[in-house]
Design a protein around this ligand. Structure first.
Ligand code: DGL
Length: 267
């Protein structure tokens, strides 16, 4: 059994998972967190399931070596492809973002008509669709890859005509399907929430998987008696597989505060 004072490990393909880090830190302010961004191999969203599984196993290995008590797969693409294999391989609890996001969508939707947006690889995996249908067999799920949202978020291009036009082009087809709930199935999309909400209208429920996941992390730790009880403040560690400076610069926008220090690791 892992020790309750150990850190929660979170990994993502890059900076995007900091949206999950932020929610977990907000929900569990006493917990130490080690975050790994696989910035040398980002993006995962354009890659095959086999490649993503291999990358995910490498990231998990780095974090497990540091003695984490649970692993959170913040990346939607990695959660879609690698969650089961990581659970088989590791003897600590492993949580992804898909099931918590799907649960939240099922709870929010009144009509059972749910839209899902994510990377090409996440949408191709049908992971959200399958998770939603397992929870609500009658649900109608319509999915759409929205790859351009990732560079827009990283460039900080969150408002104005360019993101508005991109959102309109991507989301038009989903709107024709009469959905009442839309899952933001990618780490980057919560940054574009305003533009997405403006495009789909105020009545559409938007599901932020990061928020739903943080509640699931708390539930898991509580259930296993693994909540940290130390009086000393928590420790936050940031690891990357490529240039720490870039990560710190772009990541600040995702986390809303300076990130330092950032340590390079080899996977
Ligand atoms: N983190 C990825 C996800 O949530 C988005 C970025 C990427 O393609 O690697 O799917």
């Amino acid at each position: 059994m892992p020790e309750s004072d150990a850190a929660i490990g979170i990994f993502d393909s890059g900076v995007g998972g900091l949206t999950v880090f932020a929610r977990v830190a907000e929900c569990l302010p006493d917990e130490s967190i080690i975050y790994l961004g696989d910035t040398a191999r980002v993006p995962y969203g354009t890659k095959s399931g086999e490649t993503v599984m291999r990358y995910a196993a490498g990231c998990a290995g780095v974090l497990v070596e540091r003695g984490i008590k649970m692993l959170v797969v913040a990346c939607n693409t990695a959660s879609a492809h690698a969650l089961e294999s990581l659970r088989d391989e590791l003897d600590i609890p492993v949580l992804g973002v898909i099931a918590p996001g799907a649960r939240c969508a099922v709870d929010l939707s009144r009509t059972g008509r749910i839209g899902v947006i994510g990377t090409a690889s996440t949408i191709a995996s049908k992971a959200y669709e399958e998770a939603i249908r397992a929870m609500a067999p009658g649900a109608q799920v319509v999915s759409k890859p929205c790859p351009l949202f990732v560079p827009l978020a990283e460039e900080g291009w969150l408002h104005g005509s360019v993101p508005r036009q991109v959102a309109a082009a991507y989301l038009e087809e989903l709107l024709q399907n009469d959905i009442d709930t839309l899952v933001l199935g990618c780490t980057h999309y919560p940054l574009l929430r305003d533009v997405i909400q403006a495009t789909v209208g105020p009545d559409m429920a938007l599901v932020d998987s990061a928020r739903a996941t943080s509640l699931a992390v708390a539930e898991t730790l509580n259930g296993l008696g693994l909540r940290r009880e130390e009086a000393a403040p928590p420790r936050y560690t940031f690891l990357v597989t490529d240039a720490p400076d870039n990560f710190a610069r772009v990541g600040e926008r995702f986390l809303g505060r300076a990130i330092s220090p950032v340590e390079w690791v080899d996977v």
